[in-house]
Design a binder for this molecule. Sequence first.
Ligand code: MTE
Ligand code: MOS
Length: 770
Amino acid sequence: MDREPAEVATRAGAGLQHDSAAKHVSGAAVYIDDMPELPGLLHMALGLSAHAHAKIVSLDLKKVHAAPGVVAVFTARDIPGRNDVGPVIHDDPIFADGLVQYAGQSLFAVAAQTVELARAAARLAVIVYEDLPAALTIEQARALGLELEKPQRMSRGDSAAALKSAKHRLHGRLEIGGQDHFYLEGQVAMALPQEDRDVQIFSSTQHPSELQHLVADMLGVPSNAVTVEVRRMGGAFGGKETQAALPATVTALAASKLRRPVKFCMDRDDDMLLTGKRHDFVIDYDCGFDDDGRIEGVEFVLASRCGYSTDLSLAINDRAMFHSDNCYFLPHVSIVSHRYRTNTQSNTAFRGFGGPQGMMGVERVIDAIALKLGKDALAVRKVNLYGPAPRNITPYHQAVEDNIAPDIIAALEAKADYAGRRAAIAAFNAANAVLKRGLALTPVKFGISFTTTHLNQAGALVHVYADGSVHLNHGGTEMGQGLFTKVAQMVAEEFQIEMAAVKITATTTAKVPNTSATAASAGSDLNGMAALAAARTIKERLIALAAKRFSCTPENIVFRDGRVHGGTASLSFGELARAAHLARISLSSTGFYKTPKIHYSRAEHRGRPFYYYAYGAAVSEVAIDTLTGENRVLRVDLIHDVGRSINPALDLGQIEGGFVQGMGWLTSEELWFDASGKLRTHAPSTYKIPAASDRPPVFNMELWKGENREETVHRSKAVGEPPLMLAISVFSALTDAVASVADHKIMPHLDAPATPERILLAVEKLRPVL
Ligand code: MTE
Ligand code: MOS
């Protein structure tokens, strides 16, 4: 009698385009700098420190004040409340006060009639510095013992004994460079003064609630006096999790003091000089293994450059430790992590949040074992994978219960013809003296949840209007990843209405309070569930009403394709909404979600920090020119696990973008500081991000078919960060290509990023004396 529930092509599980796709490409999507400017709006610029570590003997701003168009100049002394934007530890001044701690640090702000006048004026300060010794690099900070906190140690078993008794042993060091976020939309905020000295801030931030709290503390007002709103970001990648705070606080300060609207849109060079980046790491390893390459014991010492303040460095370095195993069972393991304080930008969240750096260590170990034993690296990877108990316990004592890495690897190996191409590449390399090819398959296992347990919560607010149209709001932010589309799909699915009936709205602290950053890839897991909870509350009320109307039991009410059925009767969703309104039933609800099952003791580095893991694997084939170091990624095949996809089109977009961003990190993106600590690569002219033409010419992506065994939204898995780490296959393949120069007998000395220069140097070191 009833039709089978139609497969709804427009809701959960459908490959819908991003809700703003057309607006993104046509330019109609409104970013903060596109918003209409109110009369009297002022523009800001910052004065930056020219020295890495120095006392400010004098800061003479007379010429800045006198410059054309300047309305006001602000320094630390003008801040009524707290001069700080530190997210966890309060060691991050908005304006340096007497002491500068990195070249590029903000000293003062100018508010002027135009952007150009503000920027010109900011350069006119006369500053006298008295230099202090600066620690710029990890090694300099190590020598001075400058650590943000005591070294952290995670361990299981007896690694020292295992190293001693192992048949084979090797040790080495890998250096891994940092990465600038290079979001297309730079850091930006606009602040509007409101009644009662309240402030409204539009910010390009992943974390509106944190900005609300920081601005309130800076102004010395309660949180309810500050509202932060963000409709979308033009990319963030972790760079706007904490570091959107500088433009937000300085514009709020100026707006509050001057009672005028104020906008601050960072110049790209200033943005790169001011803001923190991905942490660079030095990883030392010592590993014992058997004839098959099976790891018996391993010790990692991780060292990272955190910059001058704490920011999120503690959690980021923790995540590096959590991912030092990647997909491999390490029977006896010790991971020690040093978080070095340096006189450089305060390094921050960046897609993967330390995980990529941690994984690089163990993947390097596997490559080194393979070369030492004369084995194919994939064979060594396979014997080390997590397996059934007892080979399923991580270094932090969480059991890996959902391990699908072996299955993904097997499927990919066959699909990408790993063995056949390995043989073809060997033949190519034997026949070619100058060009050499390399191949590598590397897997990914990425832990999903914030490792700070309390952050794993989210809220949403859903209204159904009396015409049946829906207003959707939640604490997550949209940075291009498609979160808003996915959450709207879940709500449309729950109500069984068209996507077009669900209005996606800007994130604001006024609608959903006390939110976590949209980060850790957990946006859809958390906000999707919170929005569903809100929708379900409303739906329950509608079901009760419909059951009464249709004289049937609530169990017999079915929402399907825009209608609500009960027995033979039905109403459209809109008709039922109107009936609910007339019956004085609330059509609005909040929703809340917290991730179950997780717990963690940071003191012991033990527990279940992750609800589940997301997996994937990639095979990359590369070519290098041994005379120039020039290199290309020729082909990539990958399979990635997103559980049961809410939106395969968006998921593939995340996978492709993440992979290419990871590739940039490991190949062409190089941050270069001069001896005085000034970052010299602060624009695209000197800092090379991948271009569209760098996309591998053959790029085969596939979603793994399977659902999350945990009860996540739609049984999906987080996708934002994990695919970035699939690009480690590119670095391994480049290592393989370099190693071919010495017949795969010696481990090349290749650090990341594998720029042409580094590849050439590594080749030169290996070349047999001709
Ligand atoms: N995708 C786009 N297009 N732009 C971004 O800024 N940020 C990444 C990832 N994908 C980012 C992105 C990072 S660092 C994270 S943590 C996640 O998206 C955050 O969003 P999610 O939790 O909704 O996946
Ligand atoms: Mo993503 S680095 O967690 O913002």
